[in-house]
Write a new protein. Structure first.
Length: 465
């Protein structure tokens, strides 16, 4: 009897397994197929891919579960990371939005992009990723909420639509606890606009860039008020809230199996936030790790099971060289970044992670006079290589600090006297970095801001003339 019916029993077992898997997919809400290294490599040959690029302003990496945080602040991002690519040691190029975003979009370090002051503009000579995608046939759109990436600063290059949502009052359930900030809208409106875009253009190729601000503005709601009343607690609550705000957008992509199988979802940040690690709160004052160590997650049109983590030091200037390589599109030129596709493919093949012959250095920069008209530059640069980080401060006071993460996770103890050779080598790199010049034929253009524009930026908590 068993010999007679075993083929049917085996078929029934396979069907039961398939149904169980289907139920699991529906419960998780993720309909993407499972893929591997060959599928990653094949992305460059496809002509049907979309990019949903989500920038969460002021998001530091160590406040997310995927980076080991003990609080459950980031369920949506953790889910994307668990079946995607997580860049685990990723550095922003500045702790101030405009300088950082100019580097992210141009793939040039701040001394080379030239965008280091409040009135600097990305020049039209800079060929940005949106221009490359637009020329390749993509529809390009942005919904942004931070005035530092407004069109008058050059960030709209290549976008067919570059939209800032109209202000609206906070809902009764929404709160913010950050003095000096005026919140005139929330990311809910930006996400609603993004969902409307997806419904209208689901059948076309597109790049959609969202720049979200609720974490920067410490916006949370009653459902997210679970951690406490301190600034640090409220910041965590804002992260939890933005994860919940983003979830309908992710589900909108995943609701359509065809759209899910064609869309890369990228989650990035421009800088972090300080909480008295060195006696200060906020950002845009220095380039220490709490304001420059940020997350980067790339969710592919298929699931990697398990997801992969790139542990080599990476930085925001690498983001678009990597994405363009994944998409099979022309590279940015000139570029200070590099494609991380070889490391991604090696990790997807589950190859043993090899120590690089020479650890790559990553840089962060801030002109501490960025918001002061007529003031001389006061540059500060960080050079992170391996477990060490040198922070070199210039005019008016010269200061040099070397930190070693081994045994000093927060990097608060200066060991330059104990490791003089490393300090000397990193100082030499910092000096060369500061001496770099932009590739543009003309000087970096400036824009004159009217009082309304200045007030909008002051409302974010920045001191401006």
């Amino acid at each position: 009897m068993l010999r007679r019916f075993w083929p049917w029993l085996a078929a029934a077992a396979l069907v039961a397994g398939f149904l169980a898997r289907s139920i699991e997919v529906r419960t998780d809400g993720d309909p993407r197929p499972v893929g591997g290294a060959d599928d990653v490599a094949a992305l460059a040959q496809r002509d049907d891919l979309n990019v949903l690029f989500i920038l969460i302003d002021t998001l530091r990496a160590d406040r997310l579960g995927a980076w080991g945080y003990e609080r459950d602040t980031s369920p949506t991002l953790d889910r994307l990371a668990s079946t995607g690519i997580r860049l685990s040691r990723h550095l922003a190029q500045s702790s101030w939005t405009k300088c950082s975003m100019a580097s992210l979009w141009s793939s040039l370090h701040p001394p080379r992009s030239g965008v280091t002051r409040f009135d600097h503009v990305l020049p039209s000579e800079a060929r940005l990723p949106a221009e490359i995608l637009r020329d390749a046939g993509y529809r390009t759109a942005s919904v942004y909420r931070n005035g530092w990436v407004a069109p008058n600063f050059g960030f709209s290059q290549g976008f067919e639509v570059y939209h800032r949502p109209a202000p609206r009052s906070l809902l009764p359930s929404e709160r913010r606890e950050r003095p000096g900030l005026r919140v005139d809208s929330t990311d809910t409106s930006a996400v609603e606009s993004a969902i409307a875009f997806l419904r209208a253009y689901a059948d076309q190729r597109w790049l959609l860039y969202l720049h979200l601000m609720d974490v920067h503005e410490y916006v949370y709601d009653e459902a997210s008020a679970v951690f406490g009343p301190s600034y640090s607690d409220v910041y965590d609550q804002a992260i939890l809230r933005i994860n919940r705000v983003l979830d309908p957008l992710v589900q909108q992509v995943w609701r359509d199996r065809s759209l899910a199988a064609r869309t890369l979802i990228v989650v990035a940040s421009d800088h972090g936030e300080a909480f008295l690690e060195r006696g200060q709160e906020g950002h845009a004052r220095n380039v220490y790790p709490e304001v420059t160590e940020i997350p980067l997650v790339i969710a592919l049109p298929f699931r990697l099971e398990p997801g992969i983590a790139i542990r080599e030091r990476t930085q925001n200037v690498d983001v678009w060289p990597t994405l363009l390589a994944l998409l099979g599109l022309p590279p940015l030129e000139p570029s200070d970044g590099r494609s991380l596709l070889p490391e991604i493919l090696a990790a997807a093949r589950r190859e043993p992670e090899a120590e690089p012959d020479a650890p790559r250095s990553a840089f962060a920069y801030l002109d501490r006079s960025w918001g002061q008209a007529g003031q001389a530059a006061r540059p500060q640069v960080a050079v992170a290589r391996g477990e060490q980080r040198l922070v070199l401060s210039r005019s008016p006071e010269a200061r040099e600090e070397l930190f070693d993460r081994r045994g000093d996770r927060l990097e608060t103890r200066d060991v330059s006297a104990e490791q003089p050779e490393i300090a000397l080598a990193l100082r030499s790199e910092a000096e060369s970095y500061l001496a770099a010049k932009p590739p543009w034929d003309e000087s970096v253009p400036r824009v004159e801001l009217d009082e309304m524009e200045l007030n909008q930026l002051r409302a974010l908590g920045y001191s401006l003339p």
